[in-house]
Design a protein around this ligand. Structure first.
Ligand code: AKG
Length: 271
């Protein structure tokens, strides 16, 4: 079994300071080819696990939005990828978590010369059903990301500013950049990475993305993960709340997340 990636103290300190960590080439070309083929099958409605994903948004021009949530339920290649101990090992180190569970996954596809603006936002602002902000988004590039293909852009260090209101209409035409406190020093960091590389960001880091102005697709498979210590807090609507209740095993308010909706990724059973 390949050793799980281990981060240096300098990488952990940089994550604490900046709110993100970019890890080069966690998935090989052959793996990315297989993931892309699986993603195209799921987009076409083919499910090798015999069940559909939880939420499917497939809008063609002029809206151009492909967003499929919880592909792991539908496809074994995508499940292996989003539940990979490679991702979980890194996420656990970044947030100092003893264990990691999947919150949900997302397949995102920005078509050539298309896609929508994703307004600057914080992931955890939409996930208030998780009481503790111990979440990491693991964003796997499935195409070489170019400066003009609508990369995610991080506002470095903004995870240290606490929780912001959620923007209206997160995918639209208006970038809605937040007004940061005077004197707060940040920089815009475009996530321009090769396919197979993975970007990890903190649940409070402000980030967004532009349309794809390039002739190539900009696909990503995203594994949103949380510490196994996180607990369920009702109050803000989230699809995971009603979906988890389809299963006999799910958390009660105040309990740690458990049950089939939130698979354990770390410690690993096997790679
Ligand atoms: O891929 C994008 O453009 C945005 C993704 C995002 O906001 C996220 O994964 O948290």
């Amino acid at each position: 079994m390949a050793p799980h990636p281990s981060l240096t103290p300098a990488q952990l300190a940089a994550f604490a300071e900046r709110g993100y960590h970019i890890h080069e080439r966690l998935f090989s070309d052959a793996e990315v080819d297989a993931i892309n083929a699986a993603a195209d099958r799921v987009i076409a409605g083919v499910h090798d696990k015999g069940a559909p994903p939880d939420v499917v948004i497939l809008r063609r021009a002029p809206v151009d939005l492909i967003k499929i949530d919880n592909t792991w339920k539908a496809d074994s290649t995508l499940a292996r990828t989003v539940l990979s101990p490679r991702l979980a090992a890194i996420a656990a180190q970044l947030i100092g978590a003893p264990s990691i569970r999947l919150w949900h996954d997302q397949l995102l596809d920005k078509p050539p010369f298309g896609g929508r603006v994703v307004t600057y936002h914080q992931d955890w602002a939409y996930w208030q059903m998780i009481a503790e902000c111990e979440t990491v988004t693991c964003w796997i590039a499935l195409d070489d990301v170019r400066p003009d293909s609508g990369p995610m852009v991080f506002l470095e260090g903004t995870h240290r500013l606490g929780l912001w209101p959620t923007p209206m209409g997160i995918t639209g035409d208006d970038a809605q950049k937040p007004a940061l406190p005077p004197g707060f020093v940040t920089r815009e960091v475009p996530v321009v990475i090769p396919r197979g590389a993975v970007s990890f960001h903190h649940g409070l880091l402000l980030h967004g993305s532009d349309r794809n102005f390039s002739p190539t697709r900009r696909r990503a498979l995203v594994s949103h993960v949380m510490s196994g210590e996180c607990t369920y807090r009702p109050g803000q609507e989230h699809q995971n709340e009603w979906i988890m209740k389809r299963y006999a095993e799910h958390p009660q308010p105040g309990e740690k997340f458990r049950g089939p909706q939130f698979p354990v990724m770390w410690p690993p059973s096997q790679d």
